[in-house]
Write a protein that binds this ligand. Sequence first.
Ligand SMILES: Cc1cc2nc3c(=O)[nH]c(=O)nc-3n(C[C@H](O)[C@H](O)[C@H](O)COP(=O)(O)OP(=O)(O)OC[C@H]3O[C@@H](n4cnc5c(N)ncnc54)[C@H](O)[C@@H]3O)c2cc1C
Length: 337
Amino acid sequence: MERFVDLKSYNTFGLPVVASYFSLISDTSDMEALIADNVFQESRKLILGGGSNLLFLDDFFDGLVIQPQNKGWEVVDEKGNLVFIKVQAGTDWAAFVDEMVDAGYHGLENLALIPGKVGAAPMQNIGAYGVEIKDCFYELEAFDFQTGKIKKFDKDSCDFGYRSSIFKHNARGRYLINTVTFALKKQANLNTSYGNLEDYFTKKGIKNPDIKELSEAVKDIRRAKLPDPTFIGNAGSFFKNPVIHQLLFDDLLKEFPQIPAFPAGTNTYKIPAAWLIDHAGWKGYRKGDAGVHDKQALVLVNYGNASGREIFALAMKIQLDVKKKYGIHLDPEVNII
Ligand SMILES: Cc1cc2nc3c(=O)[nH]c(=O)nc-3n(C[C@H](O)[C@H](O)[C@H](O)COP(=O)(O)OP(=O)(O)OC[C@H]3O[C@@H](n4cnc5c(N)ncnc54)[C@H](O)[C@@H]3O)c2cc1C
């Protein structure tokens, strides 16, 4: 276990945060030894993947940061068209998706190039381009910090929702996700219906894209749209897209006839948070080194030396302003630590 570790290179906002304890774990015996340690028992704990969905408020994390290091994947079963892939928590998500695409295993190709590690993916049921991991999730194994034992979760017990799961809510902080198993398909219809993708293929003159062409399209669009955290600190979308009731939507339509909306269940609509923030005038806003990206209003950025509190203060200002202008509450997607 290391002491006083700087987490600047471990979080994509690039915030300089010192953690009092830092422990890398590679296997079950590392985890068992850690659980038996006094530091584990007495400290506040944070499980860290790639740090791409975190905002540290302070420059000191008085606790124990645990980072899974177990990597790699294997085929654990095959049934007809299905192939079951078990992947270790410390595996890089984007590299794993590329390997599934190369192997011709379908299901994750729309989730190409999302930063982070596999262990964090179930946490908020990561999603992009019309697909969420719940669509091909089979089960996961997690260390239970309360019992010290490994527990299996099937899809139902993960309680997946839009950018949410039991791990983000009721069971927050209790489990370390150690492996995730996906049920992928050898043959499948590709999901190319998401707006940007259709336009992309039309422009490129591609009629029936294959799995590789689809994942390359997703990557191209993402590279063009999203700031790369290697160059500018950010954690992707800062807020979730709000889901509102029909009555509020009808009211808003009168004042903002151009407001975009997508049906999201009975009498409810999902509104793009980016549109709300943009139309409230925040796109490109900057105060000190904390700002709103000039091409993507949903992404808050650290231009260099912003503090976690400055970024958070900006997020709260936006939240308040959007509430005032549209009566809609924006919920952060990023985990505030
Ligand atoms: C440029 C950019 C684009 C992005 N695009 C998308 C997108 O399209 N769709 C999307 O859904 N997300 C997106 N994200 C957000 C982020 O990439 C995902 O949420 C990702 O899954 C976070 O992985 P991570 O390993 O970095 O998690 P971290 O940021 O390290 O952790 C996130 C949360 O998960 C917990 N956690 C991490 N590992 C484990 C584990 N093994 N067991 C239990 N809990 C754990 C942490 O404690 C924390 O609460 C984007 C982020 C960036 C920077």
